[in-house]
Design a binder for this molecule. Sequence first.
Ligand code: ZN
Length: 153
Amino acid sequence: MIIWDILDYGFFAQSLYEYYQCSSTDNAINLGLDAIGLFPGIPALGTLRRIDDAVDVTKKADTLQPGPFAKESIPAHRGKPTAAEQRQVNELMEKNGCHTCGTKNPGTKSGNAVADHQPAQALGEPKEFFPHCINCARRQGGQVRQEKLKRGN
Ligand SMILES: [Zn+2]
């Protein structure tokens, strides 16, 4: 049934896109499930290769600049946000979602959004706070380290 394979490709493409936007466990599971749906259409090995490629792309997703969901920010400074600033960042998270992946679930124990310094304070003078989810905040930590190595400091 060609039609089902076409539908499978649609679901797979959607999952791939969501996984690329936010490499959360949920999205990885969705991607895996939709990949299984592709098996009748293309060889399994080809599907596995595609997943490898998708993971590579995710590693390259840039958190070192305002992301695709960045709409509004508040003025930033070095160090932690004040309580009032944290409230504003939480409001932006509820309204616009994580600026990198778009999720409205911060994923933190406290339920607070992570106030993301842009640019990251390790790389320059922060100008804006954007709301981040915990997954994107963690990924940014690794990318900041890599960037610092690249810059040689
Ligand atoms: Zn995120």
